[in-house]
Design a protein around this ligand. Structure first.
Ligand SMILES: [Zn+2]
Ligand SMILES: [Zn+2]
Length: 458
């Protein structure tokens, strides 16, 4: 009987996100992360092309936006697309999600509901809130997600064991994984950083992985750059925006301004919401959150010193929102515009027209990892022009969720696995193995770990 551990790299290799990898031993299979496959070039699905609801899965398979993995999709969603449907599966399959960024979880809705999905308890809690906000629209219902305790080992079938180990990233509940197979262990970092407020989690992850002596380390490589070689160090002489510095920076801008102050963040980063609330308090203002963000704050933070405002697009759902946010105080647009110097106001890009109500006033607009994320997105320039038109000062105060290139090379050298696969990166080749061998797989490549723990390309 075939005794190899088979590792298949389905997607997310030379892009940021969309990581999908399967690890299989005999009839047992673990698939980790199931995000949206991001292909900026030639993406026909630009929001203007309407999806065909009854054919969504098979259309995405046809277009290469879903991987051709056997025995995970329901027969009725396949419309005879030539992969084996889940109903015919004799495998024990489970999916593990490292964290709740769309590039890691956004594809879950296409998976057969019969396949168990695991994530940390903390991720599941956030998932339930996002589901309530319809941000996991048509995704799997939270009651069909299994939340597990960090470090608790889950066994799939007879031969594979998986442990989720917390890491620091810019979303709560993020974890890396150690996957134990009969032919050796495989470690996966998920997305992580060492300069955030909870960097001790990432350090503990490195320690755990090192102790477990994995044969293969699969690591993210978001920060790797084309033009420089990473130096294996944690000691950062280079400028990193430490998360701890953010609030001080924001405080100093808020102190300097006596006009309006707006901020734009990505609200799955719950700790960033907290930073904004605290910065407002520290400078004699009150944070005003959009209702969706206020909902997340009410569920996931202890802070209650903020207000919420009903934007124009939610006016028809006023009652529903008042019920949902019954413990939060509301502020009127009139009060906000009259006394804008007393508040620190959230403004998401989709609601940028709300800023017209503050026309003629002086103000600052703090962009803090909100959407549009950066100049690679054409909407970023549009946002900048709009802010300029209103004569607000645009200020960039951000902190990346990803380890610097130097930190990544330190992580690799520290763990020093026999085999290394960097991915989730535009320049994975910049990360080098220490004493081990580095592989740069192509989409669909299959590797086998044999009984002596040796990795072979199939
Ligand atoms: Zn990612
Ligand atoms: Zn992420």
């Amino acid at each position: 009987m075939d005794n190899q551990t088979r590792i298949t790299f389905w997607s997310g290799l030379r892009t940021i996100g969309g990581t999908i990898i399967s690890v299989e031993h005999q009839g047992d299979r673990v698939i980790f992360d199931f995000g949206e496959i991001f292909k900026p070039q030639g993406h026909i699905l630009d929001g203007k092309v309407r999806m065909r609801k009854s054919r969504e899965t098979s259309d995405l398979l046809e277009l290469g936006f879903l991987p051709e993995i056997d025995e995970i999709y329901e027969a009725k969603s396949l419309n005879n697309y030539p992969v084996i449907p889940e109903e015919m599966s004799e495998k024990n399959t489970a999916i593990f999600i490292s964290h709740l960024h769309l590039d890691h979880v956004g594809g879950l809705k296409y998976i057969s509901p019969n396949i168990p999905v695991y994530m940390t308890e903390e991720s599941k809690k956030l998932y339930s809130s996002l589901y309530e906000l319809e941000e996991e629209e048509n995704g799997r219902k939270p009651e069909f997600i299994i939340g597990i305790k960090p470090f608790h080992e889950i066994t799939i079938g007879a031969s594979i064991h998986v442990k989720l180990i917390p890491v620091d990233h810019d979303v709560p509940g993020a974890a890396g994984m150690i996957i134990t197979t009969p032919n050796g262990k495989i470690a996966y970092t998920g997305d992580l950083r060492f300069h955030g407020a909870q960097s001790e989690k990432s350090h503990l992850f490195v320690k755990e992985v090192k102790q477990s002596a994995p044969r293969l380390l699969i690591t993210e490589g978001t920060s790797l750059q084309e033009d420089s070689e990473p130096i294996p160090t944690l000691d950062s002489t280079i400028e990193i925006n430490q998360e701890a510095d953010l609030q001080l920076k924001i405080n100093s801008y808020l102190t300097k301004t006596n006009g309006c102050a707006f901020f734009n963040l990505y609200h799955r980063d719950i700790s960033r919401i907290q930073i904004m609330i605290r910065a407002a308090i520290a400078t004699g203002r009150t944070a005003v959150l959009e209702p969706e963000t206020a909902y997340l704050a009410s569920k996931h933070l202890c802070e209650r010193d903020f207000l919420t405002l009903l934007p124009e697009d939610l006016e028809s759902k006023k009652e529903e929102w008042e019920n949902r946010l019954n413990s939060i105080s509301w502020i009127s647009k009139h009060e906000l515009t009259q006394n804008s110097h007393l508040y620190f106001i959230q403004n998401s890009y989709s609601r940028i027209l709300e800023l017209l109500d503050f026309k003629g006033k002086k103000g600052i607009y703090i962009h803090s990892n909100g959407v549009p994320l950066g100049s690679f997105d054409p909407n970023y320039t549009k946002m900048e022009r709009f802010i300029e038109k209103l004569s607000f000062e645009k200020i960039l105060i951000s902190c990346s969720g990803h380890a610097t290139a130097n930190h990544l090379q330190w992580l690799v050298n520290e763990i020093d696995p026999p085999y290394l696969v960097p991915l989730h990166s535009f320049f994975p080749e910049k990360l080098k193995g220490h004493t081990g061998t580095r592989y740069l797989p192509d989409i669909g490549s299959v590797y086998e770990l044999d009984k002596n723990g040796k990795l072979h390309i199939k």
